[in-house]
Design a protein around this ligand. Sequence first.
Ligand SMILES: NC(=O)c1ccc[n+]([C@@H]2O[C@H](COP(=O)([O-])OP(=O)(O)OC[C@H]3O[C@@H](n4cnc5c(N)ncnc54)[C@H](OP(=O)(O)O)[C@@H]3O)[C@@H](O)[C@H]2O)c1
Length: 266
Amino acid sequence: MASLAVAGFGKLGSAIVRGAIDAGVVAPHEIMVWARSDARRTQAEAWGLRRAEWPTVLRASRRVLLALKPQVFGTMTAERPVLEPGATFLSVMGGWQARDIGLRMGTDRVIRAMPSVAAAVGASVTALAVPAGMDTEDADFARRLLGAVGRVIEMPESMFDAATAVGASGVGFACLFVEALESAAVQAGMDPAAARELAVGAVAGAGRCLQASGEAPERLREQVTSPAGTTAAGVQALQAGGFGDLVRMAVDAARARAEQLGRTQA
Ligand SMILES: NC(=O)c1ccc[n+]([C@@H]2O[C@H](COP(=O)([O-])OP(=O)(O)OC[C@H]3O[C@@H](n4cnc5c(N)ncnc54)[C@H](OP(=O)(O)O)[C@@H]3O)[C@@H](O)[C@H]2O)c1
């Protein structure tokens, strides 16, 4: 029996496995994966992982990471799988609520997590919902597994649509901001490569300063905003254009879509 079974070895599943191996949470030979494509199978073998077919992978360990595409999970569990008694499932799948995963699989032992794409570089801030009464050992394993690809924040599952909008989709929103900064720099006549580097650096630098200091973003913003200075002029323009309202609208739209996917997926 493996220490960890991984059902879905795509972008996120493989990033979590890589992080967990590098952090020493689990050794490669203790991991059993279901990988679909030849490329991913080759990668699994190159990393020293063991491979299982579907649905054997679901009973290959008492701890199973579910990292399938949401619609694929629906199809692949159309027939209820046979599970290892007492097995715990950790789902990183968007759209599927713990209760609906449990109904599909015939278990109530489902922990839910929502990482971001930054898991690939160990910088995800992952929302984690552990159901009441779940053994500390299984919950701790989930915390260590996801802690290997960044930070973990625990919250009730009722907050997951908002967490998806802010933590996972938020990476996309931040990229849109970088794109806008870059494009403004190019319009000002800057070389595109330099424009990209400055724009990425501004956003990454803000994030790193905030994480390192633990300060509120308003405080850091005040530090770089001298009265009547350049930042003050730009911030004023953003606020006059309704920047805060636009971001709120983006979060509301992403949250509503997550809620809708949660209803239609099951
Ligand atoms: N990527 C992220 O940053 C991120 C963030 C938060 C949550 N999530 C959630 O994590 C889950 C996995 O995401 P991902 O980005 O890792 O997805 P992915 O790379 O597309 O793959 C997930 C798994 O599903 C398989 N798969 C893809 N298309 C399939 C199909 N048509 N039929 C059967 N299997 C198929 C993949 O096989 P191959 O790779 O071999 O094609 C892989 O094993 C999703 O539920 C997503 O909502 C992802």
